[in-house]
Design a protein around this ligand. Structure first.
Ligand code: NAI
Ligand code: MG
Length: 407
């Protein structure tokens, strides 16, 4: 029997193209796993009225480890229209399966490494004052609180009277007190100390394990005094347990400005849900964008690894597939790290680094050309060829002495 069982959820569109490529790589490093297929996404919604069926939840609860491709989601009107005719009008409501999965398993720690591979034509470059350019080595890991903050889901348009009455107890509510209900929308930003401490601790643990020199709490405590204030307090409390690793504090607005000024100065970054969502996409943009952006959603019990990209429907039908499998493969490498197979994870990353450095095999995004059926005749590698190149390098790469996330 295999040592690990991994729930494989390809989902929709290109999720079905990239996830099998990641499994090829996991097999090549002899990860001792069996893969159990589970349904998720738009087709489940259409056929069953539920994008995350209970049987998928059961499999995740049982096996604790998931690899996820991507799903398609569409606005309410289209969701209702595409539901299979016999289910229509029966009270089915579309919910994002990703959000549901995070809530069901309390996958509260979202880890998003944004690590530049030298030689990637998509890497951020900067002009030097004296002419020429430089390519900073970006190696940032964003820790995004995944279940609270502004994405907690407690929101209203036209809040009920009791809610308005509660708001009215706050002196700052005055200017809004007379706004008509239908003209008023409120989303609540909720931060709890245990979750704030858990995300901060996850960042410090990562910094210690993989040798990052600092942890930055990226919030806005000068304005969001209560919620960002609590995030910062929690980070400071946790920092006391890691005396060798300094805690820096930045404001989210300034951090996005510093993104292009000195991104190489940052190590692990902690942020609440919305800010973490924004800053992780922003950093990912410096190191290759969606074809390279991997993530892990980690709870106490269950962990699910996925590329940040979606189902890219416009490329889903292309044969052969052209999308970049690296984000999915890097997500699989995160799964390896998570279960302690750090040597295998490092080998995968080293093989990818070598393919990127060599520059002979590049998917369309890496060539900066338009995606489509023509991109292959313009010299772009197919999805499959990119994986083949990585597999070939796995035979010969040497793993850097410092195992782990890219350092
Ligand atoms: P998307 O991420 O699917 O694609 C945006 C564009 O990025 C693509 O058209 C393509 O040009 C590029 N791209 C994405 N992945 C790539 C890859 N691996 N290699 C090369 N290029 C890649 O986002 P979009 O178009 O906004 O959404 C499409 C569908 O995906 C929607 O239904 C959306 O709701 C869903 N979605 C799902 C996510 C998930 O499953 N985690 C995340 C984002 C969107
Ligand atoms: Mg996002």
């Amino acid at each position: 029997m295999a040592k690990y069982k991994v729930v494989s959820m390809p989902g929709d569109g290109i999720g079905n193209q990239v996830l099998p490529e990641a499994v090829r790589v996991l097999d090549a490093v002899e990860f001792d796993a069996e893969y159990v297929h589970a349904d998720i996404g738009w087709e489940c919604w259409r056929r069953e009225g539920n994008a995350l069926p209970e049987r998928t939840i059961d499999l995740l609860a049982q096996h604790k480890l998931g690899l996820f491709g991507a799903i398609t989601s569409k606005p309410k009107k289209e969701a209702d229209a595409e539901l299979s005719p016999e289910l229509r009008g029966k009270g089915y409501t579309y919910y994002s399966p990703i959000v549901t999965m995070r809530q069901r398993f309390n996958l509260d720690v979202c880890v998003r490494p944004c690590i530049g591979f030298p030689g990637n034509p998509l890497n951020f470059i900067r002009k030097k004052p004296g002419g020429g350019f430089e390519e900073p080595q970006v190696n940032v890991v964003v820790f995004r609180q995944n279940t609270e903050g502004l994405y907690g889901g407690v929101e209203w348009t036209n809040p009920p009277e009791q809610v308005r009455a509660a708001f009215a107890t706050h002196p700052k509510w005055k200017p809004f007190a007379n706004v008509k209900g239908e003209d008023l929308a409120v989303s609540l930003r909720i931060i709890t100390r245990p979750a704030a401490e858990r995300i901060a601790r996850a960042a410090f643990e990562w910094a210690r394990k993989f040798g990052y020199k600092s942890v930055t709490i990226c919030e806005k405590p000068n304005v969001l005094r209560e919620t960002s204030g609590l995030m910062e307090d929690a980070a400071k409390a946790v920092a006391k347990d890691y005396p060798g690793i300094p805690l820096w504090s930045t404001n989210i607005d300034a951090q996005t400005m510093w993104l292009t000024k000195n991104p190489e100065d940052y190590g692990c970054i902690v942020a609440s849900n919305l800010f973490g969502d924004v800053i992780s996409d922003a950093f990912a943009g410096l190191v290759g964008g969606l074809g390279f952006a991997a993530s892990g959603n980690i709870g106490r019990d269950v962990a699910v690894f996925e590329p940040t990209h979606g189902s890219a429907p416009k490329y889903a039908e292309l044969d052969p597939p052209i999308v970049n499998p690296i984000a999915m493969i890097l997500s699989a490498a995160m799964l390896l790290d998570h279960v302690g197979e750090t040597e295998k994870a490092s080998r995968v990353r080293a093989a990818i680094a070598e393919v990127v450095r060599e520059g002979k095999v590049r998917t369309y995004d890496m060539m900066r050309i338009a995606g489509g059926s023509k991109s292959i005749s313009q010299g772009a590698a197919t999805t499959n060829q990119m994986t083949d190149a990585i597999l070939a390098k796995l035979q010969s790469v040497r793993v850097p002495a410092m195992v782990g996330t890219g350092r």
